[in-house]
Ligand binder design. Structure first.
Ligand code: GAL
Length: 340
C-alpha cells in the first residue's frame, strides 16, 4: 500500500484542495473537496487496469456539478419530505433543494465543503465539523470517514458524534461503470434484498416496503440492470428508471454484487447499514463534461449504502436520530474482483 498527496486547486472561497492517491491491487484517488472518490482503477480479467467510476480531472468539475459524483453525502443522504422534521417535538426546517424536498444535505452539503485530511499508514482520514444549524440541522456534528485500502478492498469507516440531538445519514455517491465507458444497462446486478421502498410522485417513500418478488425490482438472482428497466412498472416510471431504496436482508456478506460481462470486472459491496439506494443515473444528461467526455444518462450506477430515505418522518423506519451520548459508526466495503 502506498499513499501520495498533491495540491489539486483552490475553491472560489480560497480553500486549498488536495488529491490523495492510495495504491495497492487497485488505485484509488480521493479529494478532500467533498470527501470525493475521484477515481478507482481496477484490473479486468486479463489484469488490464481501467477506470471504474465517473468523474472529472479537475476540482472545478466537482465544484460546478450538481450530480454528486463520488462525493460524501451528509448530513442526511437522500430525501427528507418537505425539508422538515421533528426531534423531541421541536420542528426543524431545511432547504427544499429538490422540488418540495430536501436532498443530500441541502444547498451546501458535505459534498461541497473542504474536509480536513490526515494521511494514515493504510489510507486517509477525512474529517468535517458542521456547526449547529448549518443547512438547518441542529447540533454540531463531528464527522470522519476513514478510507482504508487493503489489496482489492476499499473500506469506508464512518464515525460521527454530536453535541445535541440531530439526524445523520452518511453515504458515498460514487457512480460505477465497470466497463470504463458507455451505458451500465448490460451490467449484471445481484442484491440480497427481498423488499424495497416504493415512492410517491415526489420520490418520498410511501412508508411500507413492498416485496421484490414478481417485479423488475427483484435482483435476488444476478440479472441485467437494463433487462426490465423499460417494462412500464409504475415505480420505474416514477424514478425514470431505478432510483429506489432496498432493504438489505443483512444475512450475506457481501450483500451486493455487480459484474460487467465483457471485462469480467466485479464489484462487491458489504455494509453495516440497513439499506442501499440503487440509482441508474437517470438524471445524468450529458451536460457535465467528465474525464472521458459528456456524462450521459445511465452511464453510471450508484449503490448508496444508507439508512432509509425520509426516516426522520417515517415512524416505521429505523431511527436516524443521533444523540450526544451515542456514536454513529457505520462501515461500507467495496471489493473489486473479476469473474472468469
Ligand atoms: C440520487 C438520488 C436521485 C438523484 C441523484 C442526484 O442519490 O436517489 O434521485 O437525486 O442522487 O442527481
Amino acid at each position: 500500500m502506498e499513499t501520495t498527496s498533491e495540491p489539486w486547486g483552490i475553491t472560489p472561497s480560497g480553500e486549498r484542495v488536495k488529491l490523495f492517491t492510495l495504491s495497492d491491487e487497485i488505485t484509488v484517488k480521493i479529494s478532500n473537496y467533498g470527501g470525493t472518490i475521484v477515481s478507482i482503477q481496477a484490473p479486468d480479467r486479463s489484469g488490464r487496469m481501467g477506470e471504474v467510476t465517473l468523474g472529472f480531472n479537475t476540482v472545478d468539475g466537482y465544484i460546478n456539478s450538481d450530480f454528486y459524483l463520488g462525493a460524501t453525502i451528509g448530513r442526511y443522504a437522500n430525501r427528507i419530505a418537505n425539508g422538515e422534521f421533528y426531534i423531541d417535538g421541536e420542528a426543524y426546517k431545511l432547504a427544499q433543494n429538490n422540488g418540495p424536498n430536501h436532498l443530500h444535505g441541502g444547498i451546501k452539503g458535505y459534498d461541497k465543503v473542504v474536509w480536513d485530511a490526515e494521511l494514515l499508514e493504510s489510507g486517509l482520514r477525512l474529517s468535517y465539523r458542521s456547526t449547529d444549524m448549518e443547512e438547518g440541522y441542529p447540533g454540531t456534528l463531528e464527522a470522519s470517514i476513514t478510507f482504508t485500502l487493503r489489496e482489492d478492498r476499499l473500506e469506508l469507516d464512518y464515525l460521527a458524534v454530536t453535541d445535541n440531538p440531530t439526524v445523520v445519514n452518511l453515504t458515498n455517491h460514487a457512480y460505477f461503470n465497470l466497463a470504463g465507458g458507455g451505458s451500465v444497462l448490460r451490467h449484471r446486478l445481484w442484491i440480497d434484498s427481498d423488499r424495497y421502498s416504493p415512492v410517491g410522485e415526489n420520490m418520498i417513500p410511501l412508508g411500507k416496503h413492498d416485496v421484490v418478488e414478481g417485479t423488475p425490482f427483484d435482483f435476488r438472482e444476478a440479472t441485467e440492470v437494463g433487462g426490465r428497466i423499460n417494462d412500464g412498472h409504475v415505480q420505474l416510471e416514477r424514478g425514470g428508471g431505478y432510483d429506489h431504496n432496498y432493504v438489505l436482508n443483512q444475512i450475506s456478506n457481501p450483500q451486493i454484487r455487480v459484474t460487467e460481462p465483457e471485462s469480467g470486472r466485479t464489484l462487491e459491496v458489504s455494509t453495516t447499514m440497513p439499506g442501499v439506494q440503487f440509482y441508474t443515473g437517470n438524471f445524468l444528461d450529458g451536460s457535465d463534461k467528465g474525464r472521458n467526455g459528456p456524462i450521459n444518462r445511465r452511464s453510471g450506477l450508484c449503490l448508496e449504502t444508507q439508512f432509509f430515505p425520509d426516516s426522520p418522518n417515517q415512524p416505521d423506519f429505523p431511527s436516524t436520530i443521533l444523540r450526544p451520548c451515542e456514536k454513529y459508526i457505520e462501515k461500507t466495503v467495496y471489493r473489486f474482483t473479476t469473474e472468469s
